[in-house]
Write a protein that binds this ligand. Structure first.
Ligand code: C5P
Length: 414
């Protein structure tokens, strides 16, 4: 997939620098050639020798190296690449990129490059959420620089939250998607240009009282990956998301909601759309007797929650008459008889396709990095191989693009 692509990797000074070594290998497995600049901070975590052993090239470090400049100046280094990939992108590197510092070889090459840049943030959760970092994220997005991750989870510092470097396969997928997308650009418009895609993702929170709610384990990762992939293929994409720790994918309009009823209202307000992909793990019930004050233990019996069924957002979109999106895709998370139950669900809800996945605890799909799905359309079931949620997202977006391709229009709607 990455044959003949030249990637200049800039390795920043964070604990996740060790993952860049594995990333070099995986990019090479896909056919890319990798050159690397190691920052001084990066060299505190991994050695130049490990980097150059893997790249098969020098490990570039010094801006003022006479030998490097004679053989390969910083300008050439940054230009003789198809992509500059900053991994891990520390808060300091991101600040330098956002503000145009050229203090060392890495930041100078980033300023001198005329090539696309992608960066993979990795830092402590407080550093990531700090308004200064978020300002820099916005500046970089405005400069057209593509962000990959970060993800939420256990951090090396012992804290938990957003700031983990994306997993290596997810970074490889994002780089591959970038080149696929770029390949489509010179000849045609992007395949989903002019289309509006609506995606729901994440869990919903159903309030019990001002401090308690009913939720589920959905991470939002699959829905975010689908929204990101649809946007990469050119769709104007609206992501209606329940509470997650994910950062919004580049180029996607995000509407944050909490309850299923808010999700439904946001979806209806976002119509018209050509495509709707309902990935959210919507709670089946909301609490009708939600209280405005905190429920207290008063020595009596525990409170009784009065549950009322939530609106079915997917079924509602399918029944929205003239406003029905042309292609409505649902998800079916099942623990038994996965394909059989999902096939029945497709009919019951009235959607065009349903993506079925086995979420029994042993699969680790709920909240995990990978997914194994079956795409069920009218009369056909495709079993897709296991992949990261990002790879599945890209594959689904490509199938959606095929559905909208002019040559597919004459065919029966599948
Ligand atoms: O009914 P079930 O939750 O299994 O259906 C799953 C599919 O329906 C998913 O696509 C989910 O996003 C969607 N759904 C919805 N609104 C609900 C329940 C499910 O959009 N209230």
């Amino acid at each position: 997939m990455l044959t003949d692509k030249r990637i200049l990797m800039i390795i920043g000074g964070g604990i996740a620098a060790y993952k860049s070594l594995e990333l070099i290998r995986r990019l090479q497995d896909e056919g890319a050639s990798v050159r690397a600049i190691l920052t001084e901070g990066g060299s505190k975590f991994i050695t130049p020798l490990s980097v150059s052993s893997l790249t098969g090239d020098k490990c570039y470090m010094d801006l003022f190296s006479l030998t490097d400049e004679a053989e390969m100046g910083h300008i050439r280094l940054s230009r003789e690449a198809d992509l500059v990939l900053v991994v891990p992108a520390t808060a300091d590197l991101m600040a330098s990129m956002a503000h145009g510092h050229a203090r060392d070889l890495a930041t100078t090459a980033l300023l001198a490059t005329d090539k696309p840049v992608m960066f993979c943030p990795s830092m402590n959760v407080e550093m990531w959420q700090h308004p200064a970092t978020q300002r820099n994220v916005a500046i970089l997005a405005g400069d057209g620089i593509t962000q990959i991750g970060p993800e939420a989870g256990d951090l090396a510092c012992g804290e938990v939250g957003s700031g983990r470097l994306s997993e290596v396969p997810a970074i490889v997928d994002a780089v591959t998607a970038f080149f696929l997308n770029q390949a489509a650009e010179p000849t045609t418009d992007k395949p989903l240009s002019g289309r509006h895609a609506l995606v729901t993702a994440g869990p919903t929170w159903e309030a019990i009282d001002p401090v308690r709610y009913i939720a589920n384990h959905s991470s939002g990762r699959q829905g975010y990956a689908i929204a990101g992939a649809l946007a990469q293929l050119g769709a104007r994409t609206t992501l209606v998301s329940g509470p997650t720790n994910m950062s919004p994918p580049a180029g996607v309009k995000i509407i944050n909601i909490q309850s299923a009823r808010e999700m439904q209202a946001a979806c209806q307000e976002s119509l018209p759309a050509d495509i709707a992909v309902c990935v959210a793990a919507v709670a089946d019930w909301y609490v009708a007797n939600e209280t405005t004050s905190k429920v207290k233990k008063n020595g009596g019996p525990p409170p009784t929650l009065e549950l009322v069924e939530n609106p079915d957002i997917l079924a509602g979109l399918c029944k929205s008459g003239d406003m029905r999106p042309e292609l409505v895709v649902g998800f079916a998370a099942e623990t038994d008889h996965v394909v059989e139950y999902a096939t029945a669900k497709r009919r019951r809800k009235g959607c065009d396709w349903i993506v079925a996945n086995d979420v029994s605890p042993a699969t680790g799909i709920m909240g995990g990095a990978n997914n194994t799905v079956h795409l069920i359309s009218d009369g056909a079931v495709e079993d897709w191989p296991e992949g990261t949620k990002e790879a599945i997202g890209l594959q689904l977006a490509q199938r959606i693009a095929q559905h909208f391709a002019p040559e597919a229009k004459g065919e029966a709607k599948s």
